[in-house]
Design a protein around this ligand. Sequence first.
Ligand code: ACO
Length: 333
Amino acid sequence: MALVGSGSAVPSTRLSNEALSTRVDTSDDWIRSRTGIGARRIAGPHEGLTQLASEAAQACLDQAGWRADQVDLIVLATSSPDDLFGTAPRIQAALGASNAVAFDLTAACSGFLFALITAGQYLAGGTMQRALVIGADQLSRWVDWDDRRTCVLFGDGAGAVAVEACPAEHTGLLAFRMRSDGSRNACLTLAQTHTHTPLLEGVTAQRGGFAPIQMNGQEVYKFAVREVPAVLADLLDTTGISADQLDWLLLHQANQRILDAVADRFAVPHGRVLSNLAHYGNTSAATIPLMLDEAVRDGRVQPGHLLASSGFGAGLSWGGALLRWRGPGGRGC
Ligand code: ACO
């Protein structure tokens, strides 16, 4: 598959560390020094995931130069859908992508990478030609705003990438790995809650809801700095590509210290590590396409550039991919 377009969208409301510090016992200095985060965007009462994701997807279609009815597949990576039955079909309708099949995929902060790889399999199999892969989350709705250990980390946003079928020798998905370890699930959860609802004698139903995000930050940090370098090293070994051939590290934006640790492991200069944590915090499934779109639009990522990407988070789940950006109107497919 070839990566031929990108788009993104964030809510207009910006919540700075200073403003947040007036509500919970934290400070700009603590948050910046521990995470690199300076602010995050928060979806307001009249904004939702469908709107954000559709805006990102439309910008992506425009950049790729595709009409909506040319899209065969829409995969939405999210853990915070507008509708648990699926939000991707709403996005399909908003775009007018009448010939596409659209579905959601959930793998928390690994979701975008897993969705990109999933779309790549349909395109490589020859049954589909064009796919929109969207990563979007609104975790501001699922954090406990009184829990300073988690609420400072997350923000809302959406990003999308357009991929099209392409001969194997020109593929932009050079190699990938996907991993999960459910035995460590308790490290990071957005778990269902249920209350008993007696129905009849001997029959009690449960009414569902969700508890705010719970995270063992130190365990997740240790997991990330161990597994992300391991998966990227495996990809480089397998392909024979050396770290100095990489143009960019495009990692899930969770913590600047994690980005720096991964860069140091491969002796990649910090200037070649894409980061927008300062502006958006951790937007979960959205971080990778949001970051990619910013770097494509400001000209840092150019056609032909090689990127090592990794997503990691709840599940626990993680993965990596070596990607070559083609951009709109490029040659080779
Ligand atoms: N402001 C001020 N103090 C705070 C804050 C805050 N926002 N949060 C915690 N503290 C305090 C703690 O209470 C603790 O105080 P104590 O020593 O008096 O008890 C102290 O700071 C240290 O707390 P730690 O939890 O040890 O802080 P740490 O250095 O580990 O940083 C952090 C926490 C930033 C969360 C870090 O562990 C981290 O980034 N973990 C990884 C998170 C991550 O990558 N998530 C990705 C996946 S997200 C997904 O999949 C949806």
